[in-house]
Design a protein around this ligand. Structure first.
Ligand SMILES: [Zn+2]
Length: 101
């Protein structure tokens, strides 16, 4: 009767392998998609925390020619504080409330 249990164990093992293999593939697929998006400029790195953010929905700071992307206002503030600390002029924020232009 033990062969029955061995069969069950083998079946479970195969299922487990399939499941883990799928997840593995998914992870690799996700990494590929991310790589492609980074190359296409759709994903950009937050210079403060290193998170990748969607360029369209990120919080942006224009600094001359460069545009910096942030995952949140906390990171943007940290970045601006650092700029100020290093004696640089803080770039205009993308807000509508500074009309003196
Ligand atoms: Zn961030």
């Amino acid at each position: 009767m033990i062969w029955k249990w061995l069969l069950v164990a083998a079946a479970l093992f195969v299922l487990y392998k399939l499941f883990v293999g799928d997840r593995d593939r998914d992870e690799k697929k996700k990494a590929k998609v991310q790589e492609r998006k980074i190359a296409a400029g759709e994903l950009v790195k937050d210079p403060v925390c290193g998170t990748y953010v969607e360029a369209d929905s990120s919080i942006k700071v224009r600094d001359g020619e460069a545009v910096h992307h942030f995952c949140g206002y906390d990171c943007r503030q940290k970045f601006l504080d650092r700029m100020q600390d290093s004696g640089r002029e803080i770039p205009r924020l993308d807000k509508k409330d500074d009309d003196d232009d």
